[in-house]
Design a protein around this ligand. Structure first.
Ligand SMILES: [Zn+2]
Ligand SMILES: [Zn+2]
Length: 249
């Protein structure tokens, strides 16, 4: 039995019409995680320790900065910066030793080794993020639950069989999870349905975006728009995932 915290939202999202069910779920979990990081998490020592250690990515700092609670944000930044400086201090000794080295006395590689390892540390720093970690973990659970319910809940199977596919990013994410979630026999049944839904989605989209281009020809000015009016944004969001606009206050 899969946990209801994952099955309920997945079931709900398949009851409504949306461009990509996983984009909707991702947006929700991301919003909740930002609120949690600046709210309840402030009282959770385990979360604080990990947050101090990992910090956040550019995108999630931006989302946190949009929130009115600047004290929570400043507390998070203050303690994370301590950790960053502590880690940077570890390179102090070897960096200072370069100053006293006579040129040519040591192999060039020792200076390069230092810059390479500082690069590795700073690269990790810009990629580590508490919210990305939480969102990625939860999205994998949702994808797992989609496939689990497909084979255990006939009602859900019916919904999925008639669903409108995913954005390409989430289509990719589902494909990645198939070997982890399904037996070979189940995968044989699931992949053709997944593929068929995706192809159908792109076929419809192509019709709409092409119609959008035709509307710019004056000879077609009386042709009804149909579903073509918002085709550019829908095409972008299908090809590259949802465009994140600043949250409304
Ligand atoms: Zn998506
Ligand atoms: Zn992030």
């Amino acid at each position: 039995m899969k946990e209801q915290i994952y099955t309920i939202p997945v079931n709900e999202i398949y009851d409504k019409k949306c461009a990509c069910p996983l984009c909707e779920l991702e947006e929700r979990i991301e919003r909740e995680s930002v609120e949690y990081a600046l709210g309840a998490a402030m009282m959770e020592p385990d979360f604080r320790v990990e947050s101090n250690e990992l910090g956040y990515c550019n995108r999630h700092y931006a989302k946190m900065f949009e929130k009115p609670n600047k004290l929570s944000l400043a507390l998070v930044l203050d303690t994370h910066l301590i950790e960053v400086r502590k880690k940077l201090d570890k390179y102090k000794k070897s960096v200072n030793s370069l100053k006293s080295q006579k040129p040519g006395l040591f192999k060039k590689s020792s200076a390069y080794d230092i810059s390479n390892s500082i690069y590795d540390f700073t690269d990790k720093l810009s990629h580590d993020c508490m919210i990305c970690k939480k969102v990625n973990f939860t999205m994998e659970r949702y994808i797992d639950v989609i496939m689990y319910m497909y084979f255990t809940k006939p009602e859900f199977k019916k919904k999925f069989d008639n669903s409108d596919g995913f954005c390409m990013e989430h289509f990719k994410a589902v494909c990645k999870m198939i070997p982890k979630c399904l037996s070979d026999k189940q995968a044989q049944e699931f992949i053709p349905v997944l593929f068929d839904r995706q192809v159908k989605k792109l076929d419809i989209l192509q019709g709409d975006i092409h119609k959008f281009t035709l509307k710019f020809d004056y000879r077609n000015k009386d042709m009804p728009w149909g579903n073509a009016q918002d085709a550019p944004i829908r095409t972008i969001e299908t090809l590259a995932g949802k465009i994140h606009k600043p949250e409304e206050k």
